[in-house]
Ligand binder design. Structure first.
Ligand code: ATP
Length: 354
């Protein structure tokens, strides 16, 4: 049966990486059907909304969505893809391609995946003025005073649920098992700040420890998140699957991207029970918009993850192999990698390898 992919290019420089990636997928002749939901500024003009009902219906009807990056106009679609479709697991691989510009002396062999909880933590957008906390008389354990007495100021709510923690940790263990089948070590590490957050982060960690007992074939380590940040940089080769709450995962996955050559290589996929969407981990790179120099590798590797999800793993591997070859050859690398190739030239090199 023909698989349908909803395409949302996003804003600023994002489409400059997105469209050539779609062209590469066309080049593979996979029989995928593209649909383009009306989203963002153009949808505002044609449909009177940046995320009209028609767009939501097209996303729902598609097998998956491929997304560029947004600086705002396409954000309602992105929020729908995440909280509307409950894509709770954000998978962000940090794999080094020989030839990429890593700041490390020996980056060869770095190959770990950050599994970031994608719906909870501080991403509830439940913020407010401290005065609002007066009715609850919420005490600060450190200040030993009701928080509203610290006003004026603001607060944000961090939410860690039992169900949300359990499903993301299980996802991480299942991924570790899958990766072990593919020749990776098959290990899980967890990062939390359970000493300073003995109820919220400690809950996430306790659940991870409990789930780890069920997966006794998969080695498990729990770290303080600050220690884990240090270890990921100092000994990145020691890691395989690394699971953590939302905000830590957001921050550390950018740090992990730096190890392997920067945001231009940072792929990402967001998986739920019934839906998944794929986007690069980087933003819209507004500072290089219109120059045709954005590195499309992150987009291409995200597309490869999407092909795996669409049960076209050979095509996904072909894309990754082509990218590997282009980096190894080093002749068509973009500026962020120390080369001088345009986005178009990089994609042409990948297409040639395909
Ligand atoms: P967001 O908050 O949406 O993640 P951001 O503010 O972190 O976005 P990015 O768009 O990710 O910003 O860009 C950060 C820096 O990295 C910019 O200088 C940008 O040009 C650069 N950058 C990001 N992605 C790429 C890419 N694919 N190729 C080259 N440079 C990139």
């Amino acid at each position: 049966m023909t698989k349908t992919v909803a395409l949302i290019p996003g804003e600023e420089a994002a489409p400059e990486a997105f469209e050539p990636t779609v062209a590469l997928l066309d080049h593979l002749r996979l029989g995928l059907e593209w649909v383009r939901p009306p989203v963002g500024n153009s949808a505002q003009e044609t449909h009177g909304s940046t995320f009209p009902k028609q767009a939501r219906e097209m996303i729902d009807a598609a097998d998956t969505t491929f997304f560029g990056a947004t600086s705002g106009a396409s954000a309602p679609a992105l929020f729908y893809l995440r909280w509307g479709k409950l894509t709770y697991a954000n998978v962000r691989p940090a794999r080094y391609f020989r030839g990429a510009k890593s700041p490390l002396a020996k980056p060869d062999g770095i190959d770990f995946v950050i599994v970031r909880e994608n719906l909870e933590d501080l991403y509830t957008f439940a913020e407010g003025d401290l005065e609002q906390l007066a009715p609850a008389n919420l005490m600060s354990g450190t200040w030993r005073r009701p928080l509203h007495e610290l006003a004026p100021g603001r607060f944000a709510v961090k939410v860690i649920t039992e169900a949300g923690s359990e499903r993301i940790v299980r996802f991480a263990f299942e991924l570790a098992r899958q990766r072990r089948e593919d020749g990776c070590p098959g290990r899980v590490a967890c990062g939390t700040k359970h000493n300073m957050l003995p109820r919220s982060d400690a809950l996430f960690r306790d659940i991870a420890l409990r789930v780890a007992e069920e997966y006794d074939d998969i080695p498990f380590e729990s770290y303080f998140i600050d220690d884990l940040a240090h270890r990921l940089v100092a000994t990145p080769h020691a890691f395989d699957v690394v699971v953590m709450p939302n905000l830590y995962g957001d921050i550390l996955s950018d740090a992990a991207a730096a190890l392997i050559g920067g945001l231009g290589l940072a792929a990402s996929g967001c998986y739920g029970e019934n839906y998944a969407y794929f986007e690069s981990a980087h933003g819209t790179a507004p500072d290089i918009e219109g120059q045709g120099i954005i590195n499309p590798t992150a987009m291409i590797l995200s597309a490869a993850m999407m092909l795996g999800y669409l049960e076209l793993p050979e095509a996904g591997c072909a894309l990754v192999d082509a990218v590997t070859a282009v980096y190894a050859e080093g002749k068509a690398l973009t500026r962020d990698q120390g080369g001088s190739a345009s986005t178009e030239a990089f994609c042409a090199a990948v297409a040639e390898r395909l």
